[in-house]
Design a protein around this ligand. Structure first.
Ligand code: C2E
Ligand code: MG
Ligand code: MG
Ligand code: MG
Length: 278
């Protein structure tokens, strides 16, 4: 242990804390330049329609490869991007990249395809978020229903503001999904009043579903609840065939997980799922 004097206050630090703070600060400064240095790219994970086996939607997931830090998991760098506010700039970049793809798909008249984008609470709460989305759709002349916005329960703390933002997005015809459902703090009551389309069951409930009866009970209850409210369900973290049979038994609409595919580069999506179109 060592100590430092900050003004009048004497603070004790564990070296590991100091080190991890420096590490994060350094990572933040690299992250700040990641876009201009072309270090960010997107991978895409297919979502399988459980009743047909078709794949018509994909989730866009950020990847960061940096010369100093190597391939950094979003689990590590998204929180740093959020704490520093950089996530807004990065999120805008993600939306631009996805918009380019969607506008190409629209030109080919593949209007049934869809890409889901993760929206950080910081983006969602931005003053001009709606303006940005309108501008995006106009500039790329997008079909809004081809774009799905994944928000988390932490975006929905302010009930009135959330209601206004979601209503405007719905009015524009975009698809709204609640990501990591069941892990947040908000009360259940919002899902009956907010204009949302899809609930994504968090992978922590799905992964142990086949060997843990409690997780299975939670997953099934979420599916029933969503269906009785007229919402669609996507299960994430589907890793085993047992998961699929349980989900099919509950009429869960879609599944996403390593059993079907890991998130992959766009070229793989093109070769595997889009070649047969047209
Ligand atoms: P998420 O949005 O819940 O995305 C699903 C995560 O689960 C992805 O992790 C995906 O690779 C992983 N996953 C998918 N199937 C399986 C499976 O069968 N088993 C297991 N163990 N994991 C599976 P990833 O790509 O590491 O992303 C982690 C999180 O980082 C995302 O969770 C999301 O919250 C955030 N994130 C990723 N890209 C973006 C982005 O563009 N913007 C924002 N704001 N957040 C992002
Ligand atoms: Mg997501
Ligand atoms: Mg999730
Ligand atoms: Mg998430």
């Amino acid at each position: 242990y060592f100590s430092m004097v900050y003004g009048q206050k004497l603070c004790y630090y564990e070296p590991s804390m100091e080190e991890s703070y420096r590490h994060d600060a350094l990572m933040e400064s690299h992250l700040r330049r990641a876009i201009e240095k072309n270090e960010l790219h997107l991978h895409f994970q297919p979502q399988i329609d459980l009743s047909t086996g078709n794949v018509e939607s994909f989730e866009a997931l950020l990847r960061w490869s940096n010369p100093k830090f190597g391939d950094v998991s979003p689990v590590k760098f998204i929180p740093i991007a959020e704490e520093s506010g950089i996530i807004v700039m990065i999120g805008d970049w993600v939306l631009e990249e996805v918009a380019k793809i969607l506008s190409e798909w629209k030109k080919r008249e593949w209007l049934h395809l869809r890409i889901a984008v993760n929206i950080s609470p910081l983006q969602f709460k931005e003053e001009n978020f709606i303006e940005k989305m309108k501008d995006l759709i106009e500039r790329h002349s997008l079909e809004p229903s081809m774009l799905e916005l994944e928000i988390t329960e932490s975006s929905m703390m302010d009930v009135d503001k959330t209601m206004i933002t979601l209503s405007e997005l719905k009015e524009m015809n975009m698809i709204i999904s609640i990501d990591d459902f069941g892990t947040g703090y908000s009360s259940l009551s919002y899902i009956k009043s907010y204009p949302i389309d899809i609930i994504k069951i968090d992978k922590s409930f799905i992964q142990e579903m086949d060997c843990d009866q409690r997780n299975q009970a939670i997953a099934k209850t979420i599916i029933h609840l969503a269906h009785s409210l007229g919402l669609t369900v996507i299960a994430e973290g589907v890793e085993r065939l047992e998961h699929v049979s349980i989900l099919k038994g509950e009429n869960c609409e879609k599944a996403q997980g390593f059993l079907f595919s890991r998130p992959v580069p766009f070229e793989v999506i093109e070769n595997q799922y889009l070649n047969k179109l047209n």
